[in-house]
Write a protein that binds this ligand. Structure first.
Ligand SMILES: [Ca+2]
Ligand SMILES: [Ca+2]
Ligand SMILES: [Zn+2]
Length: 433
């Protein structure tokens, strides 16, 4: 089935000027399928403008005051068959990986090559699971080519309950992620960039605000390996980085190679960012450390296969650059402002990750990895009453806890972490479904 589809797509790409070469078997991301307006040197200045506006706003990575932005996430699991059902455990694992990647707490962060060490950073964005919706449906989802308009049709009906999918929570206030099978596995996912960003052509924007968000092929969602691994025939190893990549688009990032014009890759096309080295084409599912497709005159660097916005094997993806981080944080400060639930100044290294919050019972707490203090944990309310609730401690992920609040009445609670040297408190909202 896939073979036939690819054949049809190859034919259509000749007509449609859509770069077929992006549609490799196991194509990574659908962005190139709708970003099809021809890019030229004029639009390159638009690419760069968004970054210039970002640093005008934020002062740039080095001057940025380091607020952590927290984004509530609603995950919709829309499935036809039992094997496409994604469990809560797997959702939590996927979001834990996303959280690691967006706090540069991923275990493989240290693998970034020395020439890129100075340009990569911590985006300072965390994601909290607000709600999971499981929807069983008979509807199928596919990426179709519309011959009359010469455009791809994305399976956006997954976002509508009436059309066999799952309706979003307010897309201004929640990041909605739909996970579903996509016929033929032509793409692993796609995301709409924020509206009103000059660095994206108009047809790439979400057709309406109810359709804003991210769609991920169920095969590319979850983890850790080997759940991520696809069939050995394809030799594609997924490590949950499809979501990190799509969130990058959702927060305004483009592919480091820009987009192809007439399906031909060019070194002069770019993402508008200087600290992502120019690259001619995507790195398809490999970790080729010698890949250097564009010979820049000054400071010629290899293609940055470590970048989450490449299509390289997810085994070698581990970083966002500071300019990419500036753009994403700028988007959160301007265009997706309503997403942020609260801003926490990071006062010490003791910050933890708590999710879901609000919770309806079980809450998970992950402490930052460099923190090896042993904590005593106490759950209290605003009147300082202490509650004896079940708390389970795990070694993996490092220093994580499961706290069961399900015996308590709905309300606001505080979890105090009491260590020899440090003590800190996190606030949890307990709600009832
Ligand atoms: Ca660049
Ligand atoms: Ca180069
Ligand atoms: Zn992409």
């Amino acid at each position: 089935m896939r073979k036939r589809l690819l054949h049809v797509l190859a034919l259509l790409s000749l007509i449609s000027n859509i770069g077929f070469s992006q549609i490799a078997p196991q194509a990574n991301c659908g962005q190139d399928h709708y970003v099809r307006s021809t890019q030229n040197t004029t639009s390159l200045s638009d690419f760069n403008e968004i970054y210039q506006r970002a640093i005008a706003q934020t002062g740039g990575a080095t001057k940025r005051d380091f607020e952590i932005y927290q984004i509530p996430v609603v995950v919709h699991i829309v499935y036809n068959h039992a094997e496409e059902y994604i469990s809560e455990e797997r959702i939590n694992e996927q979001l834990a990986q996303l959280n690691k990647d967006f706090r540069r707490l991923n275990e493989d962060a240290e693998k970034v090559r020395i020439e890129f060490e100075d340009v990569v950073g911590d985006p300072g964005v965390e994601f909290q699971l607000a709600k999971i919706n499981w929807i069983k449906t008979d509807t199928t989802f596919s990426l179709d080519f519309d011959i009359s308009t010469l455009t791809y049709r994305f399976p956006d009906h997954v976002k509508s309950t009436a059309l066999g999918g799952s309706a979003p929570w307010d897309t201004h206030e929640f990041l909605n992620i739909w996970v579903c099978p996509i016929v033929g596995d032509l793409i692993f996912g796609y995301a709409y960039p924020p509206s009103q960003l000059n660095n994206w052509p108009i047809e790439s924007k979400s057709p309406s605000s109810e359709l804003d968000g991210i769609v991920i092929n169920y095969k590319a969602f979850g983890g850790p390996p080997p759940v991520f691994s696809t069939s050995t025939n394809d030799r594609v190893i997924l490590k949950g980085r499809t979501l990190s990549h799509e969130v990058g688009h959702y927060l305004g990032l483009r592919h480091p190679w820009g987009d192809s014009e007439l399906g031909v890759y060019q070194c002069f096309l770019d993402d508008g960012l200087e600290d992502t080295p120019t690259m001619k084409d995507p790195t398809f599912d490999t970790c080729d450390l010698t890949k250097n497709t564009c010979g820049d005159v000054l400071n010629d660097l290899p293609d940055m296969i470590e970048n989450f916005m490449d299509f390289s094997s997810q085994e070698c993806q581990n970083s966002f650059t500071n300019q990419q981080i500036d753009v994403m944080r700028f988007v959160l400060e301007k265009h997706r402002r309503a997403l942020r639930v609260k801003n926490l100044q990071v006062a010490s290294s003791n910050r933890s990750l708590i999710y879901p919050n609000p919770t309806d019972g079980i809450v998970k707490v992950i402490l930052k990895k460099e923190n090896d203090t042993e904590y005593q944990i106490r759950v209290t309310n605003s009147l300082s009453h202490t509650f004896n609730v079940p708390i389970t401690h795990f070694e993996e992920p490092v220093n994580s806890y499961k706290i069961d609040l399900s015996s308590l009445a709905a309300g606001v609670y505080f979890v105090e972490f009491i260590g020899e040297q440090h003590r800190f408190t996190e606030r949890i909202v307990l709600s009832r479904p």
